[in-house]
Design a protein around this ligand. Sequence first.
Ligand code: KIV
Length: 306
Amino acid sequence: MVSREKRVTILDLQKMQQQGTKIPMLTAYDYPSARLAEGAGCPVLLVGDTLGMVVLGYDSTLPVTLEDMIHHGRAARRGASNAHIVVDLPFGSYQSDVTTAMNAAMRVMKETECDSVKIEGGNSQAIETVAKLVTAGVPVMAHIGLTPQSVNALGGFKLQGRTPRDAIRLLSEAQKLQEAGAFAIVLESVPAALAAKITEVLSIPTIGIGAGPYCDGQVQVWHDLLGLYDSFKPRHARRFDEVGASITGALVDYIEAVRAGEFPNSSESFGLSEEVESWITRNLPGKEQSMRQAEQVLSETDGSRK
Ligand code: KIV
């Protein structure tokens, strides 16, 4: 069981927003990424269903299962005991009806020991689901704008809220999700001016991704930020490092060192006492020789020791 003594709570996040302290959030999908992110001081980690793309190699988040999310959520929790961990409910685990959503959220909370769940969408079904989950004691982060689980309905990974009608709809969804009890809301791929307006109107924190600088916090995908995913680089992502290139360089060096017989060297190998080493050289049989002679020498040596 993970201790919750120093855990970042939803109240801590809301306090950051009220104090005007920007909230950095980062995806983390496993033990090492969660450990590194928490160690670097990131207060909120998202076990996002983007793991379907950047970790599992699918071309969308749609194939991700509840089991996948639980598996990765548990690993992330083991890596970060204090950060606030949000786990995405995956496509198909909450859209059909509230009971299904409730069962999925309860499993995620129980089995991963995460702190909250995130669901996508702002339609009436999503709003009802948020309200029911919150009433049942599950903190919910909402997510509107570009909602990748609806990529087929949206016609692609496209900027949302570009027309006055869409802007009104998104602001209204955000307000209703707040009223339903969401403790924070992700705004993905919406124009900066619209995200600024939603941030101004809401009292809960807004967390932007491709939503400009005026949100209360920002979330980025681990692989985009570190240069680990080269299939696609979203316009909003900034590479803070090129870790992928550095990994490739290290792997090339390793392969060359093995081929050159230069790895492992003596300090990377295990030695023996001179006596045992010389015994091995003298007595262990070579190719196609029998072991019998070595066993005989050993039993004679053992006998003479008794
Ligand atoms: O799954 C994810 O990583 C997300 C972020 C893009 C917000 O939902």
